[in-house]
Write a protein that binds this ligand. Structure first.
Ligand code: PLP
Length: 425
């Protein structure tokens, strides 16, 4: 293993994140469990990185992919018609709730956000973009530019002119009630428009629940308030649903629905292919059609990825996994919250559906403690549980198990998490 780690370090960039002091190589998976190259089994409470939305080795997805592979055509080109791609686009357009929607497929969330920014900046002939503080939208030049989290921001150079808003930083304003906070954020948006722009802004891009940022969410309703203001100026609303789509947040199919508003554009990726690389953007047809020149993605929406995505969507809807996420998410957040009350290192247990988190702090100073968070992760790994880390200071434990999680597995994972918290603190 260490040999593989040395080889990784020798040929791959130093800025690539790797979890654990002794990183693992996962060689197989079934259900919600994976096995590493040393034969150790883990319950995966991070679902890959929200990629394995149904868990591992789902026969329906495997068979759909195998069927396509048996045709002898893994992919040719998106210059030819691809039936599974068209069918998937029809379903996503319908599911999006966006009127007359059209879909463009990419290979990743980053590319999806690039496309959304291209659509919006072209439509509005403006390079001005609004984003939220602590956001993460990907690692390309423009996606990095609209990222508002220094640990993931490799450059402040930018092809777009970005202005950051309050909104997902509710905990920094404890003296305000929720209603006061909503009013404060609406005022902040108006103030930014009035002071930093000529209101000729292309779009606001926003994660309904910030993923990398630590599963922090703007209070429900905020994006509706924003949209009222944006509409006065024709500014587009882009919802980055890369982490929050497909029922992950439990109560709603798309994260933005918690805000009582439909965006002009949505981007998606991660879980849709259940491990196969697929992302995309869904937008109002006129907006989507408005780009003037030719454009394809060579691999975006290829037959294998769209077959996997179609089967994943079938399974997700047939088994109502959104309802499962809602029910088990509540159990897990309640359980973690109760336990955290007795732990001086744990703060702000929060979550929506199967997307929940806790911050770790130094009990003496109250400062965010990335070291404690890393320690808990190591203990959890030793006990057979994989979880994620994030937050502005790397001090947040993030849990996002597959949406097929069972109640027994939820109890098992929570138990290990609590043991690990106790052991590390
Ligand atoms: N947007 C959000 C909200 C994400 O969480 C991520 C990845 O973590 C991205 C965009 C970028 O997606 P990808 O890594 O597939 O390019």
């Amino acid at each position: 293993m260490s040999n593989l780690l040395d080889r990784h370090r020798a040929v791959m960039p130093g800025w690539m994140s790797l979890y654990y002091d002794d990183p693992i190589e996962i060689v197989s998976g079934r259900g919600r469990r994976v096995t590493d190259s040393d034969g150790r089994s883990y319950l995966d409470f991070f679902g890959g990185i929200l990629t394995n939305m149904l868990g591992y080795d789902v026969p329906e997805v495997r068979e759909a992919v195998e069927r396509q592979l048996r045709t002898g055509v893994a992919h040719t080109s998106t210059l030819y018609l691809i039936r599974a791609q068209v069918e998937l686009a029809e379903r996503i357009a319908e599911l999006s709730g966006i009127a007359n929607a059209k879909v463009f497929f990419t290979n990743s969330g980053t590319e999806a956000n690039e496309t959304a920014l291209l659509l919006a900046t072209h439509a509005r002939r403006s390079d001005q973009v609004l984003a939220l503080r602590n956001s993460y939208h990907g690692r390309s030049y423009a996606a990095t530019a609209v990222t508002g989290n220094r640990s993931w921001k490799n450059s402040s150079l930018s092809p777009v002119n970005v202005h950051y808003l309050h909104g997902a930083d509710r905990e920094r304003f404890p003296h305000l009630s929720d209603e006061e906070f909503l009013a404060f954020c609406a005022d902040d948006l108006q103030h930014v428009l009035d002071t930093a722009t000529a209101t000729d802004v292309a779009c606001l891009i926003v994660e309904p629940v910030q993923g990398v940022g630590g599963f922090t969410a703007a209070p429900d309703g905020l994006l509706g308030r924003y949209r009222e203001i944006l509409d006065r100026y024709g500014i587009l609303l882009v919802s980055d649903e890369v982490q929050t789509g497909w029922g992950r947040t439990g109560e709603h199919f798309w994260g933005i629905q918690a805000h009582g508003v439909t965006p002009h554009v949505m981007t998606f990726a991660k879980g849709l292919g259940n491990g196969f690389a697929i992302g995309g953007v869904v937008a109002e047809g006129t907006l989507m059609d408005a780009l003037p020149a030719n454009g394809i993605s060579t691999f975006g929406g290829n037959p294998i990825a769209t077959a996997a995505a179609g089967a994943t969507l079938d399974y997700l809807l047939a088994h109502d996994l959104q309802a499962n996420a809602h029910r088990l998410g509540r159990l897990l957040v309640d359980g973690l919250r109760t336990a955290a009350e007795g732990l001086p290192v744990a703060r702000d247990v929060r979550g929506k559906g199967l997307m929940f988190a806790v911050d770790l702090i130094d009990p003496g100073t109250g400062a965010p403690s990335p070291a404690l968070a890393a320690g808990v992760m190591e203990h959890a790994k030793e006990r057979g549980l994989l979880i994620g880390r994030g937050g502005l200071y790397g001090h947040t434990l993030r849990m996002a198990p597959p949406l097929t999680l069972t109640e027994d597995e939820a109890g098992e994972g929570l138990g290990i998490l609590l043991d690990s918290l106790a052991a590390a603190c």
